[in-house]
Design a protein around this ligand. Structure first.
Ligand SMILES: Cc1cc2nc3c(=O)[nH]c(=O)nc-3n(C[C@H](O)[C@H](O)[C@H](O)COP(=O)(O)O)c2cc1C
Length: 579
């Protein structure tokens, strides 16, 4: 499989990084903002529309009692006519009507700018969605009432690329209230810095953006789900990114996904036939020419190959449920030494009382919009503060499927966590496993190092090995101190080869999306806990696998993450994303 080949080739090792230029060619640094010259530009409102919603309510399932308290229902600097109240069961939930202002808020709170930073003469934008190296390969599109728009985050404006025949649009939507959003990647943006490994980062970023959009939809009381009937080829036509004449020598965009956003049911949109809308898009009048982002490019053929191999054909294959037998495992060297119940007890006693957890902020009081807009990556942690146990378990619970953002995707969890816990209240430092699907326990256990103790802690969390793992965490995450100095860091261990065999190579991208979505939830949870997170794309792949004694490509770490109390870089000045 070409995806597995790509994965193998783009691993980092202690003595060798994946292939890249090895230096930053500043002369060809890509412009972070794509624009389509010659399109009508529609400025978007910068009004606060959904300022009142509490952070915890973003993750409510429809079958849960409402976590929205009474204060959430009091208008907060907005005009009450903007809001539509729907009675759901015995609850009263606020859902905003879809209009220009609420759509502007949706884009602002998912793909907009969150800040401008400056150091001496250099000024750069940060966004609501994170991106490896702040390179932002992900472009967003919005389709409403037959109009195809590209989102321009610097201006917070829409560029109108096409007007699709309204009758075809109405046939597709069935007259239902809602709009479509799509994501594409400009692969070159990441390849400029990271070379061959860049395709992975583009996919992580897509996952972050998808979760950011799902959560922004939640903020407004809307649903968002992927439309899996759409092939990448059809989506390219719908977005106009297959139009050679509009690109010239500008960098092309690789389609990633299409989703519906609606206050109503998503099912009719998911099942609607794409064909008439695709045909209408092909015949529509288009305007605009893409800007060229770099003066010159370095080719990375393996990225073109993996992009082609993993394009979505549009038909989800049926997924066999037959369990795959665990592979026979040769004897492995014990990296952690011996484990015994006495050792566990001793380590636990030593840890008790050592962690001073941060006070837990009252999450009912945390405004969701504020949390979303202040999300940042930490560059360093204080190596002292601890996380309250209750906050830690709430974070883990939000990674389980069944609630937003997990209703945006239609596959069961393929990604589970290995945690390096350093400072969590009442928790023995050590290596832990967190299962996002409890059914995976036997398979995981048999795939991993036999000396792991697998002591159940709570809600799918197991202690594998008690020890100070700060050095180990730092070492496997490319020797980055953020992996050691926070509350914890983690690796997202993903069912790789069996997933691709069962579904197809296109699923390779989705595995990274799932990781990016986990990262996005953790980023926001960190802010809600008055802490900070950082996504970690740089790690020594096989060192992680060796540590766990994972033998083949059935399980692979695809992404790392860390969380702690940040140490700010006081040399930088910060201004708001929009004046
Ligand atoms: C997929 C991904 C991988 C990342 N990898 C690293 C990393 O290895 N080390 C690091 O310090 N930051 C890493 N980051 C953080 C980015 O550098 C950060 O998101 C970017 O600079 C933008 O800053 P912001 O998150 O504050 O908006 C990563 C972020 C993402 C989304």
């Amino acid at each position: 499989m070409r995806a597995l080949h790509y994965h193998q080739v783009t691993k980092h090792y202690f003595n060798r990084f994946a292939q890249s230029l090895g230096y930053l060619d500043w002369a060809t640094q890509p412009d972070p903002f794509r624009r389509y010259a010659g399109t009508p530009v529609i400025p978007l409102s910068r009004d606060i529309v959904a300022g009142e919603r509490s952070y915890v309510s973003l993750y409510e399932r429809d079958d849960e009692p409402s976590a929205i308290d009474d204060r959430d229902r009091v208008p907060f600097g907005i005009d009450d006519r903007d809001r539509v109240r729907f009675a759901i069961d015995d609850r009263d939930r606020v859902r905003f009507a879809i209009d220009d202002r609420s759509i502007a808020e949706f884009l602002r709170c998912s793909m907009g700018l969150s800040a401008w930073k400056q150091y001496r003469q250099t000024r750069w934008a940060l966004r609501v969605n994170p991106s490896s190296g702040n390179l932002h390969p992900t472009e967003a599109y919005l389709l409403r009432q037959g109009d195809v728009h590209h989102y321009a985050p610097r201006e917070h404006a829409l560029e109108q690329r096409a007007r699709i025949d309204r009758a075809a649009w109405n046939t597709f939507t069935g007259g239902r209230d809602g709009f479509l959003v799509a994501l594409t990647s400009i692969l070159w943006r990441e390849a400029w810095k990271y070379g061959e490994r860049a395709f992975r980062y583009c996919q992580h970023d897509t996952g972050h953006a998808l979760a950011a959009m799902r959560i922004a939809a939640s903020l407004l009381g809307w649903n968002l789900t992927l439309l899996q009937r759409w092939s990448d080829a059809d989506l390219s036509t719908l977005l106009g990114v297959d139009r050679d004449s509009d690109y010239g020598d500008a960098e092309r965009e690789e389609t990633e996904c299409l989703a519906v956003v609606t206050p109503g049911e998503t099912a009719p949109w998911v099942t609607a036939d794409p064909a008439p809308l695709v045909a209408a898009a092909r015949n529509a009048p288009w305007s605009g020419h893409a800007n060229r982002l770099s003066t010159d490019h370095v080719p990375w053929p393996i990225i073109d190959e993996v992009a082609e191999a993993t394009r979505y054909p549009g038909v989800a294959q049926s997924i066999p449920n037959a369990p795959t037998p665990p592979p026979s495992r040769p004897e492995t060297e014990a990296r952690f030494g011996e484990t015994s119940p006495e050792l566990v007890t001793r380590a636990r006693q030593a840890a008790a009382g050592n962690v001073q957890p941060l006070p837990i902020p009252n999450s009912q009081d945390m405004r969701a919009r504020e949390v979303i807009l202040k999300r940042r990556s930490a560059v360093a942690f204080d190596a002292r503060s601890g996380l309250a146990r209750a906050a830690f378990f709430s974070m883990l619970a939000r990674l389980r499927p069944g609630a937003p953002p997990w209703d945006a995707i239609d596959w069961p969890p393929q990604v589970h966590l290995i945690l390096f816990i350093h400072r969590v209240e009442g928790m023995t430092p050590g290596v832990y496993a967190y299962l996002r699907d409890p059914a995976v326990l036997d398979e995981w256990r048999s795939a991993m190092r036999p000396e792991f103790v697998w002591e159940p802690i709570e809600d799918g969390l197991f202690l594998l090995f008690p020890s100070d793992v700060t050095f180990t965490a730092n070492r496997v995450s490319c020797d980055q101190e953020i992996a050691a100095d926070g509350f914890f860091s983690l690796g997202m261990i993903t069912r790789l080869e069996p997933s691709l065999r069962e579904r197809g190579e296109w699923f390779y991208r989705r595995l990274f999306w799932e990781c990016g979505m986990i990262g996005q939830v953790l980023y926001l949870d960190a802010e809600a806990a008055s802490a900070r997170g950082t996504g970690i794309g740089c790690f020594y792949d096989d060192a992680v696998h060796e540590l766990l004694a994972l033998q083949d490509d059935r399980w692979q770490s695809l992404y790392h993450f860390s969380m702690g109390v940040p140490v700010e870089d006081t040399r930088l000045t910060t201004e708001p994303g929009y004046s």
